[in-house]
Every structure is written in C-alpha cells, then in structure tokens.
Design a binder for this molecule. Structure first.
Ligand code: FAD
Length: 358
C-alpha cells in the first residue's frame, strides 16, 4: 500500500502556527520525501487562512481545513472530531503532528477511532531507505529505541526541538473545507489563567537553562537563610540573560513543607526524573547537588556548568563540564554586577533593564 503523509496542525489564538507545529512540518516533509509519497496538509482552528498561507509553499499536494468558532479553543470533543475528519478525508496512513498539549491530548483517541496506532514523544523519523522508522526515548531519556510498525494509520507526535522549523514564502491557499458536526460542546473556554509563578520564568526557547537548587534556601555561613536575596539574585540574572528557570525537586518540595520559599518557582520548573527534560544549548546550576534523578533531566543540555560549595557534589562526578567550587551568592552577586555593567555600557546612559541588590 502506498502511504500518504498527512501533516496535521491546529492554529494558535492569533491564527498562526506554533514553532513546534512548524518543526513537525519539516519532519512531515522529509518523511514524505524519503517515502517518495505525497504530503497533504490538514489544519483546524477558528480561522486557518493565515496558517494555510504560511505553509502554502511547503510542497503539499492538497490542503484541507476544519474551521469555525467551534474549533477556535482547545476542547477534546471538537479537536478530536476535527482531527478524525481530516485523517479520514485524506486517507492518511502516516500522520505527523507536533506534541502540543492540544494534539497530545486527543490523538491517541483519534488513532483508536481509526483502528490505527500512535507513537508520542517521537524524537526522529527516518525514512531514508524508503521505509519508516521512528526514534523515541524510554526510561526517562536513558534509552533510545527505534520502532517500525505495519499498522496504519500511524500517528507520529513529534517532540518540540528535534527539527528545524519550516520557513517558506507566504502563498495564498484555499484549503478544501471539511464540515464537522461537533458531537458535544458541553465544555466551554471561559478564559485563560497563567501558571501560578508570579513571573513567567519557563522559556523553552532560551539559550540558557539556569537551575536553582535547594541550597538557596538553606542556612548559609552566617547561620541564617537569605531567601529574599536569593530570589533577587536569581531574578536579576534571569532579567539580564533571558535564561529559563529550572529547579530541583527538593526546592519545589520545600514550599509544601512550609519552609522559606522562592516565590518565582513552582513545581512546573522542576527538572529531572519526575520533572521536565528541557532542551537548551547551555545549562548553569547553582546550589544544586547534581544527583542522578535531577541530572537525568539534563539529557539534552549540551554544555553544563555548576556552582556548589561542595567539591564532591554530583556535578564533580562527570555530570558537568565545569564545576565552580564557590559560594553561589557571591558568584551570582558578581555575575549580576558584570551583566549590569555590560548592559549599562552597551546602552550608553540608559538605565539597566533590571535592578537588584548588589
Ligand atoms: C524517584 C525519585 C525521583 C526524583 N525526581 C527528581 C526530579 O525530577 N528532579 C529533582 O531535582 N530531584 C528528583 N529527585 C530528588 C533528587 O534525588 C535530589 O534529592 C534532589 O535533586 C536534590 O535537590 P538539591 O540538589 O536542590 O538539594 P540538596 O541535595 O539539598 O543540595 C543542595 C546543594 O546546595 C549546595 N549549597 C548550599 N549553599 C550553597 C551556596 N551558598 N553556594 C553553592 N552551593 C551551595 C550544597 O552544597 C548542596 O550540594 C528524585 C528522587 C527520587 C527518589
């Protein structure tokens, strides 16, 4: 049977496609090219015109759309109905989609409705030999496996950050419209609520991950804790560098134990075995011991540095490229001072973009 590769995506609130979606398009293109089969595009959302134009030059043979107010906001019933209708209309055998929260939630159910199968968290698709194999990580990114399947349709949900985002000229496209009757609209979107952290500190696109460990809230050499200063130092560094903020399990658990907390952190920041596995080119950890259940979350961080008072901490045992055995409060005070000075000199007499205790 000849495969048909469907690229499936939903629009964002502003009608565009997310970066993760454009990365999945690159994967869909190379997959179709490797299999020597046609690529079709299926989009759903409130209004898909801009999104269709943005991918109009991707080389797809046909474009399909499910559009309308019912599909503007995420909702299981409508999103699953739209994805199912597009997959049926295109007779897709391979469906490539980004691992957005919206698609990850519905595609397993859609695959089931179509008697198909699904692989989520796909990190690579290899179709170079004319057949298709997908890679994904197992056991919290410790083992990489390749899978081949004969069952179709096969849904491949691609992790963000594993491919370059599609870039192409805007081409006006009139997609073929598929009418979908939404079976149930009991669920309504009434608004958006931000994550509880006072400031949005999780920045997946940042060049640097800064990880704060529980040491920031521990008693220091004067026998006192300095949690407020710790928070100022961390936020000052984030403000100056645009780094993303990660934390350890110990630090996020501390809030639950009623101890002094860093307000800029929530459990969402936790990196590790029971936390996230972010992808940033560089990582800097401070006041974190570097234990394996935490460092396993650094699987994709290529250049790693750490600051710790303890020369025997986990980072010293092959987990970091550079370990600074030093007091992180002193290091970050000086580092922020240097960043502030650089900021001031590069802006002439303009004020730095942040202020914190020196
Ligand atoms: C099943 C399981 C799953 C787990 N999952 C995760 C996970 O997903 N993520 C995770 O993070 N952990 C996880 N853990 C917990 C993990 O094993 C560690 O307990 C945790 O990472 C330790 O956090 P920490 O390094 O911040 O704190 P600590 O171990 O308390 O280390 C604090 C460090 O701060 C240093 N320090 C203190 N003051 C300073 C200073 N002024 N300057 C420099 N350094 C200083 C100390 O030397 C110390 O090394 C898991 C554990 C288990 C059993």
């Amino acid at each position: 049977m000849t495969d048909t590769v469907l690229y499936l995506a939903h629009t964002e609130a502003d009608g565009s496609l997310s970066r993760a979606s454009l990365e999945a398009l690159t994967v869909a293109q190379t997959t179709a090219a490797g299999l020597h089969v046609s690529l079709v595009v299926g989009l759903f959302g409130g209004d898909v015109c801009d999104a269709a134009a943005s991918v109009g030059g991707c080389g797809a043979s046909r474009f399909f759309a499910v559009a309308g107010a019912d599909f503007a906001s995420p909702r299981y019933a409508s999103d699953a109905a739209a994805a199912e209708a597009i997959a049926r209309a295109t007779d897709a055998t391979i469906v490539v989609a980004a691992h957005t929260s919206r698609l990850a939630r519905v595609l397993a159910g859609v695959a089931f409705r179509l008697n198909g199968c699904i692989d989520t968290h796909v990190s690579a698709v290899d179709s170079s030999d004319g057949s298709i194999a997908v890679a994904r990580w197992f056991y919290r990114q410790r083992i990489e496996g390749m899978a081949r399947r004969t069952q179709r349709p096969w849904f491949l949900v691609i992790d963000p950050g594993v491919a370059t985002a599609y870039v192409g000229p805007s081409v006006d496209i009139e997609p073929e419209t598929i009418t979908v009757l939404v079976p149930s609209t009991r669920t309504q979107t009434v608004g958006l609520r931000e994550a509880s952290a006072a400031e949005q500190t999780i920045r997946p696109d940042a060049a640097l991950l800064f990880v704060a460990g529980a040491g920031w809230t521990r008693k220091q050499k004067d026998g006192q804790t300095h949690t407020e200063e710790a928070e100022q130092l961390i936020l000052g560094f984030l403000g100056a560098t645009g780094a993303s903020l990660g934390s350890t399990k110990s630090l996020t658990d501390i809030a639950g134990e009623g101890l002094a907390v860093l307000h800029c952190l929530s459990h969402m920041n936790q990196v590790g075995q029971t936390g996230s596995t972010p992808r940033h080119p560089k990582g800097l950890s401070a006041c974190c011991h570097g234990e394996e259940p935490h460092v396993v979350g650094w699987r994709f961080i290529r250049e790693r540095r750490a600051v710790n008072l303890d020369a025997n901490c986990g980072w010293a045992r092959g987990k970091a490229d550079v370990l600074y055995v030093a007091d992180a409060f002193e290091v970050m005070r000086q580092l922020n001072g240097l960043l502030r000075a650089r900021e001031t000199s590069s802006r002439g007499d303009r004020q730095p973009i942040y202020s914190n205790a020196s």
